[in-house]
Design a protein around this ligand. Sequence first.
Ligand code: SF4
Ligand code: SF4
Length: 136
Amino acid sequence: MTYDTLELSEVFQCKKCGNCCKGYGGTFIAAEDITAISNYIKADPRNFVTDYCQMSGGKPILRQGGNGYCLFWNGLCLIHPVKPRMCREWPFIKAVMVDIDNWSEMASVCPGINNDIPISPLKECLGKVMSKQSDR
Ligand code: SF4
Ligand code: SF4
């Protein structure tokens, strides 16, 4: 394998194991997520935070059930088409990519992350992803 043209699919391919839907400090949701998820599950958006969220640092995050998993995890993501941005972009989240130690920590619990890529091309690839994200 050459790393001259490292594709994101070589770095990460989700195995749909659900590990990232459990714990890890929660999934922050934005106002547009509340609208989209409420429409999808046919819930009243005015009650969404009360019914499906808990607060963290003054912001709503998706609530976890007694098993530690997100309320919307049941063997698969029940709101996959409208899941929050953080879930859609995982693991390509700036806080994870910016520090290779964070990336390695996530890689130790995410079987979708390829652990065989040497640090130099990995850093270069993640740097390109962050650069593209900052252009948005
Ligand atoms: S932990 Fe990784 S492989 Fe498992 S569902 Fe989450 S992103 Fe996919
Ligand atoms: S919204 Fe879906 S992908 Fe995101 S944490 Fe909940 S179950 Fe997982």
